[in-house]
Design a binder for this molecule. Sequence first.
Ligand SMILES: [Zn+2]
Ligand SMILES: [Zn+2]
Length: 105
Amino acid sequence: MAEGVLCRESVELSGRERSVLRSMALRGTGSELYCALEAGHGHEHVAPVVVGEWWLRWWPGRRVLESRAECEAVSETGVGCSGPGGHEGGHRFTPADAARHAERR
Ligand SMILES: [Zn+2]
Ligand SMILES: [Zn+2]
C-alpha cells in the first residue's frame, strides 16, 4: 500500500454529540468528520473531533465520542503520530499544524 493513503470514510456528528461538545465548551471541527487512519485499517474508524484530544470512533452499529491521549509514536524526523493512542492501522506522521489547516477548509 502506498504510504499516506487515508481511509477518509466520512461521518457526521449527531446532534447529541454536538451538544456534549458544547456542554464542555469544546470547539470541535465541523459536523462532518473524516477517518484519519490509513486506508485498509481494521473495522474501527477514528476521526479527530478536537485535534489531539477528542475522537469519534465508529464501526457498524456503534459510535463512541471519547477523550484519548494522542498516539506516542514519533517518526525518525521527530514528528508525532496524529492518531489516538492504540489506534488501528499504520502511524500517521502529520504535523499537527498541517492537520489543523486542512480541517479549517
Ligand atoms: Zn477508516
Ligand atoms: Zn500512531
